[in-house]
Design a protein around this ligand. Sequence first.
Ligand code: ADP
Ligand code: ASP
Ligand code: MG
Length: 410
Amino acid sequence: MALYVKKFGGSSVATPEKMLNIANRVLRDRKPGDKIVIVVSAMGDTTDDLLDLASQVSSVNHGREMDMLLATGEQMSIALMAMTFKKLGVPAISLTGPQAGIIAGGAYGKATIDDVKPDRVLRELEEGKIVIVAGFQGLMPNGDVATLGRGGSDATAVALAGAMHADMCEIFTDVDGIYSADPRHVKGCVKMKEITNTEMLEMARLGAGVMQPRSVELGMKYHIPIHVRSTFTDEEGTIIREVCTMDGKNEAVRGVAQDAHAARIAVLGLRNIPGVAYMVFSALAEDNITVDMIVQSVRNSNDDKTDIIFTIEDTDLPDAKRVLEQMRDEGKLEEVIYDDDTAKVSVVGAGMLGTPGVAARMFGALGRAGVNIDIVSTSEISISCLILRKDLDKAVQAIHDEFFPAAKAE
Ligand code: ADP
Ligand code: ASP
Ligand code: MG
């Protein structure tokens, strides 16, 4: 007897037929006494369609109302999925995120899961039902529903699995595991048997959209392994866990990640005195804007002005513009320049700590591919370069070929 949390993403539940296939598969794999919680995303491109609908009504992001709208996508899926099981004669119940005890905090549109109170889910499981939970949403302290950021159903699944001490959290998706790069964009990718959660977190943070970064953090918090695998085949996928036994242990670089949504902002003509960086970044933080790469450029040493260049997610650009243009109008800086035709490419691997020359190889691959590097940033286990978005595909392929030459030759 075991407790499983199984999450199915948007493309996995895109049609009633696909829902039926999922239900049949879950029932086929269920052993007597097993308890099953299923977390689902909105069907297909529903979330994008809802965002598009909202933009036709207003160009301003009305946080609370936007979340009321977006949460309906997942609510459709849970109801249809529960009906599918019932049609097969199997007891099942659909629960929204708030009904399932997903307690959220922070800002609308990018809320965090602060707590999970799974009492209702456990009660329904005890009654022999398959419980189907809406991903991507939680209950705010004021009673509102909030969404958890794009890809947030992953976080719902991992948090529920962690809070209920599930035996396994499975993320079913449209790829059969985690690869050395996005297999939809890069040729010759290598599938991993396992990846450490620190490496996966870095990959996800740097743009590998297969797992939402916060979901990987939740896996670390709850010490729960996550199995990422295909909805459409029975093949073993990739296990994300704290320590890997052998897979990839000797490689300096385990993966290449890409992020097409990095926007670049240059704030020019700030006074060159202590406290100006604080002034800029605290104002952005107050608006819940996360800043990524930062460079403060040195002008002539006796210049009394300085410039700061940084990147943010392109979806935050309208909010950042508002904040920074207000500062400009108040005379706190001279000029702001925005660039949303930029992208970020990164290499990730815990092994690079003890391996010299990883940055040189990455820069060499970019140079040979004719890709110019704008900004570089590093962490202990990653190196990232900001480049022009138009160069992204060839940059990722060139870097992947450099670090995975065997795969290239195949
Ligand atoms: P779901 O709707 O199931 O949540 P997502 O689209 O969010 O699916 O995530 C799966 C996608 O992640 C894949 O189709 C793939 O294009 C992308 N992806 C990005 N990086 C990787 C990687 N390193 N390994 C596997 N898939 C990746
Ligand atoms: N439906 C949401 C999205 O498209 C959440 C998810 O799929 O995980 O981002
Ligand atoms: Mg996803």
